[in-house]
Design a protein around this ligand. Structure first.
Ligand code: HSE
Length: 306
């Protein structure tokens, strides 16, 4: 085999109280990466506005690291087709990294397990976030809902309820270049024990909601008293978007990953268009235009169940 193409989905991280721990793959957008064996070196081919120096490119870093680790002799051409908008809290860099790690594994017949693929994909995240966090890459590699345990890395995957739906409002805002790094900088270093207890109780209930296939329990438990209050000032209109979505029937609303997109959790039977419109109006009240997407959980790049 000389060439392989893999698609990886967008994802939402945190789901409120599960900062750096929870991820959910979403079928809203996909990145596609094609790896081709060449004589030598790493080259990047893309029509998108992303760095083409492998050192500064998510996919480039993943390939560089895997070549080294597996002592690969050939060169690689990386063709990247971005579908996930970059910098809006939908796991854009993670999707490229996940597709690359899975494609590399297939191209060289490595047969890596899920945790190893996620670990390799995580190297790519460093390029954009400054630090490694595995919530988005784990969701993008494995699909569905994921819980990231670290030290050692061990990702638990749960198949989401079939009727779970999300409305994502993506504001048309100028995002800072290293947005994730910036938005990680505003989070408090120390938290109150009572806040921690609240977040742990809601996070636990979210896990139970996924296990019991209960969108209401998931949605009602999307409550975060630590990270959301620290970040929401970075999103104009946040409070109104949230209030409107809840009034329109959303079960729970929070920042998607590091933002600035806002995500509402709901179920198939709800009036999802009404929720999306309500979110749009919330952004309008702050003079911000937005795109809304109604989506559902997605399979992962590896399409494997753990
Ligand atoms: N958990 C990460 C954060 C996700 O919230 O900073 C970034 O996409």
């Amino acid at each position: 085999m000389k060439s392989i193409s893999v698609k990886a989905p967008s994802s939402t991280a945190n789901l409120g109280p599960g900062f750096d721990v929870f991820g959910l793959a979403m079928d809203a957008f996909y990145d596609e990466v094609t790896l081709t064996k060449t004589k030598n070196g790493i080259t990047i081919v893309t029509e998108d506005n992303i760095p083409t120096n492998p050192e500064n490119n998510t996919a480039g870093l993943v390939v560089k690291n895997m070549i080294k680790k597996f002592k690969i002799k050939s060169g690689i051409e990386i063709k990247i087709k971005k579908g996930v908008p970059a910098g809006f809290g939908m796991g854009s860099s993670a999707a490229s990294a996940a597709a690359t790690a899975v494609a590399f594994d297939k191209l060289f017949g490595l047969k890596l397990d899920g945790n190893s693929l996620i670990e390799f994909a995580g190297y790519g995240e460093k390029a954009s976030a400054g630090t490694v966090h595995y919530d988005n890459v784990a969701a993008s590699v494995l699909g569905g809902f994921v819980i990231v345990k670290t030290d050692p890395l061990d990702v638990i995957r749960i198949e989401p309820p079939a009727n779970l739906r999300m409305c994502v409002a993506v504001p048309k805002l100028d995002v800072p270049k290293k947005k994730t790094k910036v938005s990680r900088g505003v989070i408090p270093k120390n938290v109150k024990l009572t806040d921690s207890v609240l977040n742990i109780s809601n996070a636990s209930a979210i896990v139970a909601g996924f296990m019991k296939k209960d969108p209401e329990l998931i949605g009602n438990s999307i409550k975060d008293v630590i990270v959301e209050p620290a970040r929401q000032h970075m999103i104009p209109g946040y409070a109104k978007v949230k209030e409107n979505a809840l009034k329109a029937g959303a079960l729970g609303v929070t920042i998607s990953g590091a933002g600035p997109s806002i995500i509402a959790f709901s179920q198939k039977s709800a009036n999802l268009k009404k929720i999306s419109l309500a979110m749009s109006k919330g952004f309008s009240s702050a003079n911000v235009k937005c795109q809304t997407i109604i989506c559902k959980p997605s399979k992962g790049a590896a399409n494997k169940k753990k």
